[in-house]
Design a protein around this ligand. Structure first.
Ligand SMILES: [Zn+2]
Length: 149
């Protein structure tokens, strides 16, 4: 098994607001991030694919295709956007680094046709990142034949 990672950067704005909280509770919970005018981040995304290289090409997957998938699924949706207002997949969710990484995972996973999506790492700043992996997704395991509610 080998892992290959491609990096991409995008800029986006967000704020944190839970409509179930009062204005004061939002301020207490989210601090500066609760300012409804929003603020921006330079996000750095790392997408890791795991699998075996194709013996005919020596490649795990077509890097150009992976770049195009990231462009289409992530950059076109999120770059220079308001994550609160302009990304339908985040509607009703607080656009934390955690939730944005989960949305990116869910957008990318069905598009990876060679190898498998192994990790989505999203940096919100050089000091902070989250990792989304197959077993860290909230829906992990639900489709593997267990009892459905
Ligand atoms: Zn922020």
């Amino acid at each position: 098994m080998i892992r290959l990672t491609r990096k991409a950067e995008f800029c986006a704005a967000h704020f944190y607001h839970n409509p179930a909280f009062s204005a004061e509770e939002n301020r207490l919970m989210f601090g500066k991030c609760a300012n409804l005018q929003g603020h921006g981040h330079n996000y750095v995304l790392e997408v890791t694919i795991a699998g075996e290289p194709d013996p005919a090409t020596g490649m795990l997957l077509d890097l150009k295709e992976l770049k195009e998938i990231i462009e289409r699924e992530v950059m076109a949706r999120m770059d220079h956007r308001s994550l609160n207002h302009e990304v339908p997949e985040l509607a009703g969710k607080i656009p934390t680094c955690e939730n944005v990484a989960i949305v990116i995972w869910n957008l990318l996973a069905p598009c990876i046709t060679r190898g498998q999506l192994d990790r989505v790492r999203l940096y919100e700043s050089p000091e902070l990142y989250v990792d989304c992996t197959p077993d860290s997704r909230p829906d992990a395991g639900r489709t593997s034949g267990g009892k459905s509610a």
